[in-house]
Design a protein around this ligand. Sequence first.
Ligand code: TYM
Length: 327
Amino acid sequence: MVRVLSCIQPSGDVHLGNYLGALRNWVHGQHRAEVFHGIVDLHALTATDRPGVLGDHTLRLAAVLFAVGLDPDVATVFVQSHVPEHAQLGWVMECTVSFGELSRMTQFKDKSERRDFVSAGLFTYPALQAADILLYDAQEVPVGDDQRQHIEITRDVAIRFNGRFGETFVVPKAVTPPVGARVMDLQDPTSKMSKSSAGTAGTVYLTDDPSDIDKKFRRAVTDSRAEVTYDREAQPGVANLLDILAAATGDDPRRLAGSYQQYGQLKKDTGDAVVAMLAPIQQRYRDLLEDRAELGRLLRIGADRARGVAATTLSRAYGAIGLLPPS
Ligand code: TYM
């Protein structure tokens, strides 16, 4: 059976890009593969210094993951800090990846430019991400487009480690959806929708009220061409709406472009489609959050299952290197 691993940071509220680019694919994956999904709180430390918030974000994110449809009976959902093997293999990966490789990561360049304090962890972030993936012998990593470079570096370090120490890790590949792999900001359609956007008007959160979602789409930035074509270069705002509408309805963005003359109708239909898609998720999310003890129980089960796999891979890696086992 195919093994799938992917993770998300509890660094803010989940948005439409996370859902269409990644989470929806995770849910589809659980019926054809053995799937592991991590809430990577240690990664989120690179952006958090406020005490107390990370735990709450982690629990809310767990509720989102079950609300979008991950089934705890078949999908292993766990918190990264509950599985210490991530940090342990992370160090091994730091010693396998080079300074030059890390320096070329575009996410590091983007994020470090926007911060006063740039931690060493932000720089070595991809090494921990490689550990997340390699610990589970994952063949496939379902992600949005922005993670491609991180999966490439994971492949490179796996191949390097295997070359140095003998076949140890499965070399994974990124899997992105045909539409929705790069959802753009509604106010600035040349930037991706992100948890860290300047304002919230361009980001649609999974927990937004229907009226807010409607408003955000009606105010989406388009252009002054007054024609609907699917052209990401010339009409990024319109193309983004078409992508979102296509992803929400299972249609094709080019075909949809032919059925619209006016931006107003396209914005309204896209907002309506997103509201309809999110309604059942929002209901389940509210229900799940009512029982935090149950969420905690599900995460404990997830961590146990994850550790079962991760511990075996870590000792295989330590053994391949030739670290002295404790006697
Ligand atoms: P994160 O938490 O930023 O995002 C989670 C997932 O959402 C996707 N995504 C998007 N997809 C389409 N359009 C967008 N605008 C958009 N924004 C985000 C991301 O591609 C991702 O799939 N480094 C990772 C977390 C991570 C990870 C891993 C992922 C840590 N270890 C191991 C995969 C495997 C991150 O920051 O994702």
